[in-house]
Design a protein around this ligand. Structure first.
Ligand code: SAM
Length: 338
């Protein structure tokens, strides 16, 4: 098979340039040239930006070499030579008018508002539609999103299974498991294992139908539940949160991780599969670009390995193991002490 990573990057990076244009329109780089190096908190205050979208923007700018960022030193940010030369008034090679000529793109205005309010814009910039999660109540939208997740998983799920090939699994809980494609891949080489997919309506029904069509209905059942409010099925030794945490803000990420810890058997593992920003929050570039898309239209972002390790430690998990998967995704394995 040909590696489709470049195609994942094209799709996941669809919003990144609009976010950079929004930053140029707010004259971020000229401000930084005058005032930097400055802690990110001071920058946010001066620009009137909320923490989450500003963090995503700074990761994106760092990944593109437009700012230097030191999270370990008070999250100090300064303009890079590239941005100083070409995105400020300081030289005659100022490209701000060139970027500014695209300022009327709808997503640029949407990003300006998200930066200011921290409220997500509509999924895919659809007119009049704001809340991504609320739209999942609509069976047609849920069907489209489930088909999208399933298509993404065809290449990704086997890579997750390969990355976790040595992980003992008897009973898997795939929370927010969509079509169940990751549960199927993880059970493939574990004939004695079984799995439960937790899903909300109407995705639950789509998952049941797909799993039955694929002949997996006997080993994988689907429980209809709200992962934030309903009890998680007990007795599972591995919990999978695949590309779920990136949809949610810190409070809800903490809630999901804590619920996992509380429901897992001692010695059990939580596996978070996602595109993860690095600990310094300066890349990798494809993940920084994907994070812009998620920040645009969900309350989430691509969380950094360090941020999630901190959340997991506070919940009671011991350590974190990082395993690379495909298409810029990785699996973080957290263990509940025995
Ligand atoms: C981004 S998708 C990820 C799907 C799949 N795990 C994957 O890796 O492709 C997030 C999933 O979480 C599910 N979800 C959202 N809110 C939920 C809730 N409150 N309870 C259960 N599932 C939920 C959605 O239906 C969706 O299938």
């Amino acid at each position: 098979m040909l590696d489709p990573t470049a195609l994942y990057r094209l799709r996941d990076g669809a919003y990144a340039t609009d976010l950079i244009i929004a930053a140029v329109c707010d004259d971020l780089f000229a401000w930084l040239a005058r005032h930097g190096p400055v802690p990110a908190a001071g920058l946010r205050e001066a620009m009137g930006w909320a923490e989450r979208p500003a963090d995503v923007l700074l990761t994106l700018c760092a990944a593109h070499g437009l700012v230097d960022r030191f999270v370990e030193a008070d999250d100090l940010v300064s303009v890079s030579d590239l941005a100083r030369w070409h995105l400020t008034h300081e030289t005659s090679f100022d490209l701000r008018p060139y970027f500014g000529s695209l300022a009327e793109r709808p997503a640029v205005a949407e990003f300006a508002e998200v930066l200011r309010t921290d409220r997500p814009a509509a999924w895919a910039s659809a007119a009049g539609e704001r809340d991504w999660s609320g739209r999942l109540d609509d069976p047609r939208f849920a069907q489209r999103i489930t088909a999208a997740m399933d298509a993404r998983g065809a290449f990704l799920a086997p890579s997750v299974a390969r990355a976790l090939h040595d992980l003992p699994i008897e009973r898997l809980l795939d929370v927010g498991g969509s079509s169940g494609i990751y549960a199927m891949a993880l059970l493939e080489d574990r004939p004695a294992a079984t799995a439960t997919v937790v899903e909300r309506p109407p995705v639950d029904e789509a998952a049941r139908t797909l799993l039955a069509e694929r002949g997996a209905g006997g080993r994988i059942d689907v429980v209809t539940a709200n992962m934030f409010a309903d009890p998680w099925p007990p007795g599972c030794d591995v919990h999978l949160l695949s590309q779920v945490l990136h949809d949610w803000d810190l409070a809800r990420v903490e809630r999901l991780v804590q619920r996992s810890f509380d429901a897992l058997a001692p010695g059990g593992r939580l596996v978070d599969v996602d595109a993860h920003v690095d600990g310094r929050r300066t890349g990798p570039r494809p993940v920084a670009e994907y994070s812009a898309l998620l920040m645009h239209s969900t309350p989430g972002k691509c969380w950094s390995v360090t941020e999630l390790a901190d959340v997991a430690r506070r919940a009671g998990f011991a350590g974190v193991e990082v395993r690379d998967c495909a298409a810029d995704r990785s699996a973080l394995v957290f263990t509940k002490p025995a």
